[in-house]
Write a protein that binds this ligand. Structure first.
Ligand code: FES
Length: 227
């Protein structure tokens, strides 16, 4: 007992005791710095993984808007103007500027090209103005005909008969360096020259259609329901 107390009061303690007491704060510091280092590495790796996962999501969300902006004013080359004989209407096709490479054949869009004379062209959307079936050109009768409900159009795209309420839709076009270009990034619109008036953007209800809608909406028990 006496010996122990004398050791404690010894002004020159043994060297192993000195090492032990001095090493403790050092080991805490190195452990702490190792934890900080590992935390930073984990943070860095998480950042990389997060970035890799976020790229396709951001691309998916922003892709359509970016693609739309760049494709809206896309002029598409339909080939040499000389490929289209004067006075004839021929089928052509172009690649949808809004498509992506994996759309494959579905991105090919057909259209009808009519060369009137010189650089005077008309480029029609192939879809019927009624419900969108593809119309066919019959050179013998000089008519476009729709196989779905019998819609018929004249050679200049104007409506001849059948259910369509308007003529065929046309693409804006121009001839540059002997090449026929169409503005395929925008939906084709009804050419004013084909309908003989302002462009139609909406089918206005007539008195007859309003009357039929009113009859269709009647229910048993209504005052107007026939007795
Ligand atoms: Fe062409 Fe109906 S879709 S007439």
């Amino acid at each position: 007992m006496e010996q122990e107390s004398s050791k404690a009061n010894d002004p020159n303690p043994p060297s192993e005791l000195v090492d032990a007491t001095q090493a403790a704060p050092g080991s805490d510091a190195s452990g702490h710095s190792r934890r900080v280092f590992l935390f930073n590495v984990a943070l860095f790796l998480n950042g990389i993984v997060g970035t890799v996962l976020a790229i396709p999501i951001i691309g998916y969300l922003l892709g359509p808007a970016l693609r739309k902006r760049s494709s809206q004013n896309a002029w598409i080359d339909l080939g040499a103007a000389s490929d289209y004989p004067e006075g004839e209407t021929r089928l052509a096709s172009f690649r949808d500027p809004f498509s992506v490479p994996w759309d494959g054949q579905t991105a090919e869009v057909p259209c009808w090209v009519r060369r009137i004379r010189g650089n005077d062209f008309q480029v029609f959307a192939i879809n019927c103005a009624h419900l969108g079936c593809p119309v066919r050109w019959f050179a013998q009768s000089q008519l476009f005909m729709c196989p779905c409900h019998g819609g018929v159009y004249y050679a200049d795209g104007s409506r001849a008969s059948g259910p369509p309420a308007r003529g065929l839709f046309e693409y804006a076009h121009k001839v540059v360096d002997e090449k026929l270009m169409i503005l395929a990034g925008k939906l084709p619109t009804l050419a004013a020259k084909n309908c003989g008036g302002p462009r139609l953007t909406q089918i206005q209800p007539t008195a007859a259609t309003e009357a039929s809608a009113a009859i269709a909406s009647q229910k048993p028990g209504d005052d107007s329901w026939p007795a």
